[in-house]
Design a protein around this ligand. Structure first.
Ligand SMILES: [Fe+2]
Ligand SMILES: [Fe+2]
Length: 215
């Protein structure tokens, strides 16, 4: 398959996944939440994600031979820690302790799985494209909902602007490098893995936020 066609097929797969969330939005999106206590839990969980995202992007640098991708990952690493600061500030403004949080099983698995990927194309497809694609889809929804309080939408407005600013870089990386059937096959499987683990994470988070289920 031509690499642009391949990138489009991955994008389509992510869009289809996003649509399946619309019927019952996860707590992760903040939209169904009615108390600050619940919103704090979700934000603590998502702060952990920012920290882990930075660790993973940074950890991939040495084993990324493509200089342009290296540079993109280095920038993304720094950006994730800026996002962490926005969320830390918002949590402190509510009197919450930002890092008083135990990661959920599927959340640990998801990031450890990203960390274990070895090829540039599968990494970019699984995490920046599929993982962050789903996250940003739900951020956009929460900003538009009109029912999420401003202490939550404030930091996410800034995060959303960052995501919009670097445009669709994962797509361009796939177009440039997903040029062999082998690379495309690995990337497609990594995307399927990413989405399955994300669904697991959303389920774990719902159970913790709504039922207090902890591990
Ligand atoms: Fe990001
Ligand atoms: Fe981020």
């Amino acid at each position: 398959m031509d690499s642009r066609e391949f990138a489009q097929s991955i994008e389509h797969q992510v869009t289809e996944f996003c649509k399946t969330l619309d019927g019952k939005l996860p707590a992760y999106s903040y939209i169904p939440l009615t108390t600050d206590e619940a919103r704090i839990r979700v934000m603590q969980s998502r702060l952990f994600n920012e920290i882990r995202a930075g660790e993973i992007f940074g950890g991939w640098l040495k084993s990324t031979p493509e200089l342009d991708v290296k540079k993109t990952l280095a920038e993304a690493t720094h950006e994730e820690y800026e996002h962490a600061e926005f969320l830390e500030e918002a949590l402190r403004s509510k009197g919450a302790t930002p890092y008083d949080y135990q990661p959920l099983p599927a959340q640990i698995a998801m990031f450890n799985a990203f960390e274990g990927l070895t090829d540039t194309v599968e990494r970019i497809a699984a995490f920046p494209m599929a993982g962050e694609g789903v996250a940003d889809y739900l951020i956009a929804k929460s900003l538009k909902a009109g029912t999420v309080p401003s202490w939550v939408t404030g930091p996410y407005q800034r995060i959303h602007e960052d995501e919009a600013e670097h445009g669709n870089y994962p797509f361009e990386i796939l177009v440039k490098y997903a040029t062999t059937p082998e690379r495309q096959g690995r990337a497609a499987r990594a995307v399927a893995m990413s989405l399955a683990l994300r669904r697991g994470y959303f389920d774990n988070l719902d159970r913790w936020v709504y039922e207090g289920k902890s591990y």
